[in-house]
Write a protein that binds this ligand. Structure first.
Ligand code: NAD
Ligand code: GLY
Length: 360
């Protein structure tokens, strides 16, 4: 069964195609959207090893000419230097405006290839083929593309939408279980911010999801992508409600920054951040203790961490003050109203709000 969602952005609208064992139909789907017949498939050493052969066969069957670019694996390579390697290969191989790029990999590859597509020759079309759960439910949809700078994550980037997202949930079978859990944290986020029924479904299906059961994965990916598409349709460039997607992220980013990137997976840090956000929401009277307990229980059942690592309040506050979401010293926090709805709250005194949550 193949599911299809549209991200409705006028003449930049695009399909998200979701299914199991559909990677071998990539070529056919590219022809359907009139994608260029000459492409560069950009992947990394891990994902390329696993899935390049299926992609090659599919492109040959569709008579699509391709160049393969294999990058080193890891967040530390999400840099301008690696981007230059992409540009070099494209230029040396005479890629022009009638060609396209395909990102085959997790969020690192997707973000980097998206930014390469946004900037090469002032913009060439690209397609996302996300292979990690985080990329399938979050980073491949919505057009945020970026590379990191030595002074911070995702500081150099652009909003640039793909022409299609093709999601094969079977690729998740080769993903490390810790990466699956990290992706599930973002799935839980969608339930908390937008869809109580989905949250309840997750409470029932968590073990199927952990086991990468196909039908459960398709449903979780579909509902997550639909929620993200609905938000991006209204607010593509994060002027308003797209900020809801940052639920749990402000504190999560602080955890990642304080521990040194890599110790916690992004999704794990977001899980901790969601619990902190839920506790602040309780403190502000926006939800009740049962809501907090349910969020904690679901995350725990998915083997995700829920307690903040022990850094001082001062360290946490300093880390949050460096967040992109702080303007003129005031932090905008996403807080949950019960489960299934969120609101934005301005926090001028970050220390006062977080001291009650982090105090032993
Ligand atoms: P990742 O791309 O590093 O993938 C995690 C690991 O899994 C890597 O080692 C990767 O090679 C491997 N992998 C991927 N698919 C695999 C598969 N099917 N089988 C085996 N191994 C596989 O990390 P990620 O969690 O996918 O993405 C994180 C990145 O996404 C960060 O750079 C973050 O900034 C970015 N991000 C972007 C957005 C956005 O909206 N653009 C949203 C969230 C996160
Ligand atoms: N991952 C948050 C966003 O796409 O806006």
């Amino acid at each position: 069964m193949i599911e299809k969602i549209t991200v409705p952005l006028g003449n930049r609208s695009y399909p998200i195609i979701i299914g199991a064992s559909i990677l071998d139909s990539l070529g056919k789907h590219l022809l359907e959207i009139n994608f260029p017949k000459r492409v560069a498939v950009i992947s990394n050493s891990v994902v390329g090893q696993l899935y390049s052969e299926v992609v090659r066969k599919s492109l040959r069957e569709a008579d699509i000419e391709f160049l393969e670019i294999i990058l080193p694996d890891g967040e530390e390579f999400k840099t301008l230097q690696t981007l230059e390697q992409i540009y070099n290969q494209l230029i040396r191989n005479n890629f022009d405006r009638s060609t396209g790029l395909i990102a085959l990999g997790g969020g690192v590859i997707g973000d980097m290839v998206g930014f390469a597509a946004a900037t090469f020759l002032r913009g060439v079309p690209f397609v996302q083929v996300p292979t990690s759960l985080l990329a399938q439910v979050d980073s491949s949809v919505g057009g945020k593309t970026a590379v990191n700078h030595s002074l911070g994550k995702n500081l150099i980037g652009a909003f640039y939408q793909p022409e299609m997202v093709l999601i094969d949930v079977e690729t998740l079978n080769s993903l490390d279980p810790r990466e699956v859990a990290a992706g599930l944290a973002e799935v839980v986020k969608y339930g908390v911010i937008k869809d109580k029924a989905f949250f309840e479904w997750l409470e029932k299906k968590y073990s199927d999801l952990q086991a990468c059961q196909t039908d459960a994965l398709i449903e979780a990916v579909k509902r997550s992508c639909q929620i993200k598409a609905d938000i991006v349709e209204v607010d593509e460039k994060e002027g308003s409600i797209r900020a809801f997607l940052n639920y749990g992220h402000t504190f999560g980013h602080a955890v990642e920054a304080l521990s040194g990137y890599g110790q916690w997976k992004h999704g794990e840090a977001v899980a901790i951040g969601m619990v902190v956000a839920a506790r602040i929401s309780l403190q502000q009277g926006l939800c009740n203790s049962d809501d907090v307990a349910r969020i904690v229980a679901l995350l725990k059942s998915l083997n995700l961490p829920v307690e903040p690592p022990e850094y001082s309040l001062e360290d946490y506050v300093a880390a949050m003050q460096r967040d992109k979401k702080v303007k003129h010293g005031t932090l905008t926090l996403v807080l949950n109203q019960g489960i299934g709805s969120v609101t934005l709250a301005q926090v001028p005194d970050i220390s006062a709000v977080f001291s009650k949550i982090l105090a032993p």
